[in-house]
Design a protein around this ligand. Sequence first.
Ligand code: DOR
Length: 309
Amino acid sequence: EIDLSADLFGQTLTSPLLNASGVHCQTKEELNDLANTSNLGAMVTKSATLQAREGNPNPRYYDLENGSINSMGLPNLGYDFYLDYVLQEQTKPTILSVAALSAADAITLLKDLQASDYQGPTELNLSCPNIVGEPQLAYDFEATDRVLSEVFSFYTKPLGVKLPPYFDLVHFDKIAAVLNKYPLTHVNTINSIGNGLWVDIDQEQVVTKAKGGFGGLGGTMVLPTALANVRALRQRLNDSIKVLGTGGVTSGADVFTHILCGADLVSVGTQVMKEGLGVYDRLAEELKDIMAEKGYQTLSDFRGKLKEL
Ligand code: DOR
């Protein structure tokens, strides 16, 4: 019997699969759907900002043959709503995702969270590519260091970060050196590949409205980038920092490769948009089939054991 159980900071999950933050996790209804989804081991809320946001104008999500492009702009019901949800309504292990439009907002939000009754895991999104005029914070290593230094001067609850993809080994070294200074529970890698552009050739125009059509890429096309980020960060981060792999998962084989590269848990975003929440049953079955064929019984039999040539 194949065992897909995984660990979320001390809680045992029946599956290593998560939703990627942003996908089907904005409203109470959507969150309850996730709670009732089989083979979804834990769930992640839409990144919450201090104030509720409408997000960017439509169209803001566009389905592509090999993935997706989005320019949602952090539409969310506001931090109070998601805090309430995890405190009052939660029935499945949940990661509370929070985002900040400024460093000052991040501090305000996390100070409130520190003072709250919430003791569960939180993930600070340092990588949203779709806010007009705002950079992806984690591309600025010094700014990331300053924010985390201030956060950990008062924050004592489980906290991880959501990272953007990096593309240079020097950048992996730099971000890992910053992250290793702090008692982070985890990194979640990758957010969408920011500021891609898709062109509708018939219309000779872009496919999403905000930012002139520049938006975050997800789905199959980002899988190699996601695997590289999982692998490179696993090789550089302290063992105490877990790596949550996100990006490009459409099959059980993709889940397997994320874990082989070092992922502790694996999230699915674009494929949930394409296929619906039934995707988790399919992925779990496909993963079990691969493990059976290879003679593996648990995820730790192969986690991080990618071979080099
Ligand atoms: O691709 C993304 N879209 N990543 C984020 O972090 C936020 C989201 C959005 O709301 O734009």
